[in-house]
Design a protein around this ligand. Structure first.
Ligand SMILES: [Zn+2]
Length: 278
């Protein structure tokens, strides 16, 4: 082929290639005040010239406030119907016992694929039998569990690891990949070598932590960790409103990963795990 022919072919291929590269799934977005927060999130995207193809929308349930939990959960589900980019990530409080179980079943019936639990903010112990019971049921219902994992609570990663290996049918997403204790998760590399022990049900979002470690002395070790847990299990999130999506994408660009690895983290993995079936 002539030089011009090759150039013509490249130019022809470029636009579609570029747009596939640009697709972003921002898994970790807190919409504390429903539609108002969604508007602010969208304004943040516009003012920083970012686009998203899909994004999560998180609520966190407060113990004992069942009616309010339901109302907030419904608010997110309702928003997702009017805003197809939005994936609802509602919540229950594990210590609400039967009410939490009933709400989880109701959410699964409404098509919810991921719920959020936060041991520190919601005030429960990961080792509480009620947490295990709830997560077991989530797996049976085809609902994954997004767990905060910034290691604010002592033993956070260790307890989450034990919870997940005991419930191989439940898919977990550990948010922030352990914070600055991310090194712990390299253990998954070894867990995979033990026969019939670990069933690849652990995934991560690297929100906040990635912004912290990009351009830091820990950056290389962080990239090494992402490869040890498996790039296919790593997803991107901004943790809005604490951080913007632009801060997150800028941090991802700084990491010494291949273009293909970045694309998986930015979009491919989350979209594979949580396909939009509408
Ligand atoms: Zn969060």
């Amino acid at each position: 082929m002539t030089k011009h022919g090759i150039l013509g072919l490249l130019l022809f291929c470029l636009p579609s290639f570029a747009s596939a590269q640009d697709e972003v799934f921002d898994l970790h977005v807190h919409l504390w005040q429903g539609e108002k927060s969604l508007r602010e999130y969208t304004e943040q995207l516009q003012s920083t010239h970012q686009t998203v193809a899909r994004h999560g929308a998180i609520h966190m349930a407060v113990k004992g406030e069942i009616a309010e939990t339901r109302r907030k959960n419904d608010e997110l589900i309702e928003l997702s119907k009017r805003h197809p980019k939005l994936m609802p990530i509602p919540s229950v409080h594990p210590l609400d016992g039967q009410a939490a179980i009933d709400e989880l079943k109701r959410l699964a019936g409404l098509g919810v694929k991921l719920i959020k639990l936060h041991p520190h903010t919601q005030g429960f112990a990961i080792t509480d039998p009620k947490v295990r019971e709830l997560c077991k049921l989530a797996g049976e219902l085809g609902v994954a569990v997004l767990f905060d994992n910034f290691n604010i609570v002592p033993g956070d990663s260790q307890n989450l690891f034990n919870l997940a290996i005991g419930l191989p049918k439940t898919h977990f997403v550990f948010a922030h990949i352990g914070g600055l204790n991310f090194r712990f998760w390299n253990s998954l590399f070894m867990a995979r070598t033990a026969k019939d022990f670990f069933f690849d049900n652990i995934h991560f979002d690297i929100s906040a932590t990635m912004v912290l470690v990009a351009d830091s002395p820990l950056e290389q070790e962080f990239v090494w960790t992402l490869r040890n847990v498996g790039i296919d299990n790593v997803m991107l999130g901004s943790d809005y409103p604490q951080l913007t999506l632009k801060q997150t994408l800028d941090a991802l660009e700084k990491l010494d990963l291949t273009a293909e690895e970045k694309q998986k983290i930015r979009w491919g993995n989350a979209n594979r795990l949580f396909p939009d079936k509408r």
